[in-house]
Design a protein around this ligand. Structure first.
Ligand code: ATP
Length: 464
């Protein structure tokens, strides 16, 4: 029998009677002591009167419409970890819950084994200590905690605050943002800081796997399941056990494959091609896309249920042009880290730094990195000057056409600017591949070369 003081006490708050009763019963059977309540006010009353080791709470229940239980619970009892279980995932509340320092976020229906595993993990980790981030609000501590993510702007520090919190949970995360904004960098930072950091970080690029091989590559296959399957082959999910699976370009995944992925995410098990028994797996999913998944859902190209499962926490990364002086920090970082030979440039002129601030950076941090890499290689002097920069940066062009130039320039100049921006975005998207860019733009290769020449754009500047 367990000694009295080792029995963990859980406060369960949920207004769904069936969930409350069954969860309470099952938790008692698993050796916990429970107090079950159906609204936030009663939960707060018991918290003031009794000792609890963990709070398991619904979000949408009486008295919690503004997340009162989370707000007050975190403020007054920061040492009691709080696990949220909800049937209606809403992205703003999910983010706010993470900000407030919840220990985990589960979606109903929750399998009982998963619930127990989550409670045990949280109790082990908390050991009675606060789940609230010590880094919260401390700008220097936040950027020092993530040295691989160079950032000082308010918009990025907010992102760092959320990833610091989210790393401690087991929640699936969706990262969106323009191409080159650092989605993979952020996904790795979450992984490294999580309890899964010593296990694999498996990247699965949805655009790099041919449709007909996707299942076999991701889930694996059994010998003889198709022509060419000469031996059993473990899939990428199998190799990610206990780690993090990073699905890049998720928005490109076709509907039939989305259904298969949804099954694996829901069941926490996958079936290799040609096998009959599902294999359980334990991994966190982080997905990234530069598409707007809400619009993809409206257009019938993306499954809403998969979006809810994978996007419990949604992080939107700001574009580089929205990060203030981060561009300067990043430029110095790349100059230092990419500088390899003696006698190369060691600083930027004030004019160059000003141009970096003004430029629109359609390819975001990837474009900045490429510009600096190229400039370092070609510049002979100590200081990088405007004439060392690629043409798009040398020419002073208003970046945001609509806001800045309407009313100030002729229609022809405005259209010219829009065309320029379109072409740079296109090349960013296709990594400088002119054929793909031409196909998307609906013009011939020759036609696109002509346009690039007219605007002084070099496709090579957009290649990694
Ligand atoms: N905050 C940052 N600090 C330092 N380097 C960064 C930062 N963000 C991005 N980078 C660098 O910029 C480049 C692009 O980053 P990354 O591949 O993560 O972007 P992405 O948003 O995933 O791009 P895509 O949408 O094209 O897949 C990489 O070289 C990465 O190391």
């Amino acid at each position: 029998m367990q000694a009295i003081d080792t029995i963990k006490r859980i406060l369960v708050a949920d207004d769904e009677p069936l969930f409350l009763i069954t969860t309470g019963e099952l938790l008692k059977k698993a050796g916990f002591e429970c107090r079950c309540v159906s609204d936030a006010k009663t939960a707060l009353k018991y918290l003031a009167e009794e000792r609890f080791d963990l709070i398991l709470s619904d979000l949408n229940m009486p008295g919690n419409l503004k997340l009162e239980l989370l707000q007050e619970g975190r403020d007054k009892w920061p040492d009691v970890p709080l696990v949220v279980v909800t049937g209606v995932p809403s992205l703003p509340t999910a983010i706010e819950s993470v900000r407030l320092g919840i220990a985990d976020y589960l979606l109903k229906p929750v399998k009982f084994n998963d619930l127990i595993a989550c409670i045990q993990r949280v109790l082990e980790r908390s050991g009675g200590t606060s789940q609230r981030s010590e880094l919260r609000g401390d700008r220097n501590a936040l950027s020092e905690a993530f040295p691989e993510v160079i950032a000082q702007s308010d918009s990025m520090l907010e992102v760092l605050e959320v990833i610091d919190r989210v790393a401690l949970t087991n929640t699936n995360v969706l990262i969106t943002g323009e191409s080159g904004t650092g989605k993979e960098v952020v996904a790795r930072a979450i992984h490294d800081r999580s309890s899964r950091g010593d296990y694999p970080f498996q990247v699965i690029d949805c655009t790099a796997i041919p449709e007909n091989l996707f299942e076999s590559i991701v889930f694996g296959h059994r010998k003889g399941s198709f022509t060419g399957a000469v031996a059993d082959q473990e899939g990428l999910l199998g190799r990610s056990q206990k780690g993090t699976v990073f699905f890049d370009e998720l928005g490109e995944l076709l509907l039939p494959l989305q259904a298969k992925l949804l099954r694996a995410v829901q069941e926490r098990a996958y079936t290799p091609v040609g096998a009959t028994t599902p294999i359980p797996f334990d991994a966190r999913f982080i997905c990234a896309t530069n598409r707007n998944l809400e619009s993809e859902i409206m257009a019938g190209r993306f499954r809403r249920d998969l979006f809810y499962r994978l996007g419990v926490i949604h992080l939107e990364l700001p574009a580089l042009r929205e990060r203030g002086d981060d561009v300067i920090l990043l430029a110095h970082h790349f100059l230092k880290s990419l500088w390899v030979r003696d006698g190369g440039p060691t600083r930027f002129s004030a004019e160059v730094l000003e141009r970096f601030r003004e430029y629109d950076w359609p390819g975001n941090i990837r474009e900045l990195r490429n510009v600096i890499e190229r400039t370092i290689t070609l510049t002979q002097r100590d200081q990088i000057e405007i004439e060392d920069l690629p043409k798009p940066l040398r020419e002073k062009r208003p970046g945001r056409v609509v806001e800045t130039v309407v009313g100030e320039v002729s229609r022809e100049a405005a259209l010219d600017n829009a065309d320029y921006k379109y072409l740079t975005l296109l090349l960013t998207k296709f990594n400088g591949n002119v054929s793909l860019a031409a196909e998307q733009a609906g013009v011939s290769r020759q036609g696109i070369h002509k346009l690039l020449k007219k605007h002084g754009i070099l496709a090579a500047d957009f290649r990694e």
